[in-house]
Design a protein around this ligand. Structure first.
Ligand SMILES: [Mn+2]
Length: 381
């Protein structure tokens, strides 16, 4: 049967606060509406980190917090905020799902681990007013196309697929990796303080132009690491989210033995782990790493279409910040099951910012960026 597969990832829709980095609601919903009236069935694969639950606050009585014990109740409250902040995208998805030949796949990433809560899945199905053509999974694997987010090949962000939940004080909470817990409990105030700097790539260029931030990050990171090793496991003995990070130490030890200290690219790790099975699919699509990557290797193609959140490329010479463009993968499956693919750019009308202006008033430029893309959430703090 003829069909089309659309893949994109790392949208990172947040709660409409300063720590929400998604502002391209217009461009994204336009793309989704354009998929609605096709004659062929369409699989829309949102390849992980569709939602940024990690950086979305939990707000109760106007008090925002980032709890590390994530029950279904907390995930649902965050989902409500995300829905309010990005209703146009949900509306477009709802329209898309009205065509029963279409299917939506929410692939689970490290920023939306909350999608493992059955209550969250039900709530998304209710918001999209559809249930039989909406799926949640760590993998998409159809017609020779394999997609997954990619965090399972990144030892710092990897989750234990066999143990997705922990029990804490009689409640079922998410079993998320040490780095995610660190972001939630230690780094959100830094993100609130430097909301736009965190959107700038490449990181080495950013740090060379802003050593104060690099220093604070290194200091806080080291402190969190040391406390996680020698203090928290004792201080919070009965709290499983503070358990000694065993896996992390095991991986450090492996690296120490093999003198291997570069953080591996997920594609490299993936190829090594799946060596004997790689021929099974023709096209592999990953997210997680926010960059464009394309590899054609014999009969196999590997694609990273890059992120949909607002990000900038810093030119070290001119100190100009150019907004990154958005991209998706379009695959045609022909009747005889043969595949053809395209990596498509979605043009977005944006101006160039100057690094020196941005660091003087980040919030001003956060708002300016949102205005330029016609994004109109209140950007409450
Ligand atoms: Mn990710």
């Amino acid at each position: 049967m003829k069909k089309e597969i659309i893949l994109l990832g790392d949208i990172e829709m947040g709660g409409g606060t300063l720590t929400d980095d998604f502002i391209s609601d217009k461009a994204l919903s336009k793309l989704i509406y354009s998929l609605c009236n096709k004659n062929t069935p369409v699989d829309l694969v949102l390849n992980g980190d569709t939602f940024d639950f990690l950086k979305c606050p939990y707000i109760v009585n106007n008090v925002a917090s980032y709890p590390r014990h994530i029950t279904d109740e907390i995930s649902l409250a965050k989902l409500r905020l995300i829905y309010q902040a990005h209703t146009p995208v949900f509306e477009a998805l709802k329209r898309f799902a009205q065509e029963h030949k279409n299917r939506i796949f929410f692939i689970i990433g490290n920023h939306d681990a909350d999608l493992v809560h059955p209550e969250v899945r039900e709530s998304i199905k209710a918001l999209l007013e559809s249930s039989e053509n909406i799926f949640f999974s760590f993998y998409y694997n159809e017609q020779g196309v394999h997609a997954e987010h990619g965090h399972q090949y990144d030892f710092l962000n990897k989750v234990d697929e066999e143990h997705l939940f922990l029990q804490y004080k009689g409640q079922k909470i998410l079993n998320i990796p040490w780095v995610s817990l660190g972001i939630i409990s230690k780094f959100m105030s830094l993100k609130e303080q430097y909301p736009l700097l965190e959107r700038i790539t490449p990181r080495p260029a950013l740090f060379s132009h802003h050593q104060a931030v690099e220093k604070v990050l290194t200091r806080q990171g080291l402190k969190y690491l040391l406390k996680s090793l020698i203090y928290y496991p004792i201080r919070y003995y009965f709290d499983p989210t503070y358990a000694f990070p065993r896996e992390l130490i095991r991986e450090f030890y492996r690296r120490l033995k093999n003198v291997h200290w570069d953080i591996s690219e997920i594609v490299t790790v993936f190829k090594k782990k799946r060596k004997s099975k790689l021929h099974r699919n023709k096209i592999y699509v990953f997210g997680h790493v926010h960059k464009r990557y394309l590899e054609q290797n014999g009969k196999m193609t590997i694609i990273h279409p890059d992120t949909w959140r607002d990000e900038y490329f810093l030119d070290s010479q001119t100190r100009q910040l150019t907004p990154k463009s958005k991209r998706y993968v379009h695959i045609n499956v022909e009747t005889d099951q043969s595949l053809s693919w395209k990596l498509i750019n979605v043009p977005i009308q944006r101006g160039i910012f100057h690094f020196d202006d941005v660091i003087r008033d980040e919030k001003k430029f956060i708002r300016l960026a949102a205005d330029e893309e016609g994004y109109s959430a209140s950007l409450a703090e």
